[in-house]
Design a protein around this ligand. Structure first.
Ligand code: CA
Length: 231
């Protein structure tokens, strides 16, 4: 269980109380933590150093955290991002995940949940690096080594989280996967929290995978879950 030792994190949070608490708690959990209190400082640090994951509050004094994430993605920073926010609306979640966030935690949150989600983001990153395999379903192809997804000649532009979700669906093609399975296996959540994170991601993913001119692959079974067509 020492896989997160020496993992380097960037915490972007302006509220001093939360910043201090998280920095101490993350250090206790064995992480090396750098802290930025605003977007500009965060951008400087993230461009200069390589982080295993970023934790980003959306309400920053100098800019919106979503704009920061978008900017970092444009700069080529591909580390997984856990978004922290007081905003609860589905629109805000969709927007955050769409702009390159990988997971979303609403304030107030339990430290245990933050640590679990963080471990999961880091674990997915590590296991992805160990799987030099290609998965194929109909004309959908996932290169697990390059983390690249395509349909026919079209490369799909997926967030790391969307890619993980699609990978899980591909590995279970033709079988029904429930929301609880996805929460447990893709998000590492053993207890089902009050979240629509699965639906939000499936919605986004379907918009990218099942585009016009392609046979729809992701099917919803109402009240049950999802199934990826296998042939
Ligand atoms: Ca804030």
């Amino acid at each position: 269980m020492a896989y997160h030792r020496m993992m380097r994190l960037l915490l972007v949070e302006d509220e001093l109380e939360i910043q201090g608490f998280l920095k101490a708690s993350l250090a206790d959990a064995g992480y090396v933590v750098d802290v930025a209190g605003d977007g500009k400082t965060a951008e400087g640090l993230a461009s200069a150093k390589s982080y295993d994951a970023l934790i980003v509050d959306l309400g920053l004094p100098d800019q919106d955290g979503i704009d920061l994430i978008l900017r970092l993605r444009q700069l080529g920073v591909s580390s997984p991002v856990l978004i922290l926010s007081a905003r609860r609306s589905v629109d805000d979640r969709v927007r955050g995940l769409e702009q390159g966030g990988d997971d979303y935690l609403t304030k107030p949150f339990a430290l245990a949940e933050l640590l679990a989600r963080l471990r999961n983001l880091l674990k997915r990153k590590a296991s992805a690096a160990e799987s030099p395999t290609i998965l194929r379903v109909v004309d959908l192809e996932l290169d697990l080594l390059k983390r690249r997804a395509s349909r026919g000649d079209e490369v799909l532009s997926l967030s790391p989280q969307e890619f993980s979700l699609l990978e899980y669906l591909c590995r279970h093609a033709g079988r029904v996967v429930t929301r609880s399975m996805l929460l447990a296996e893709v998000w590492g959540m053993r207890i089902q929290p009050d979240t629509n994170v699965v639906d939000v991601h499936i919605y986004r993913l379907r918009g990218k995978v099942d585009t016009e001119g392609h046979e729809p692959l992701i099917k919803t079974l109402r009240g049950v879950g999802y199934v990826l067509k296998d042939r």
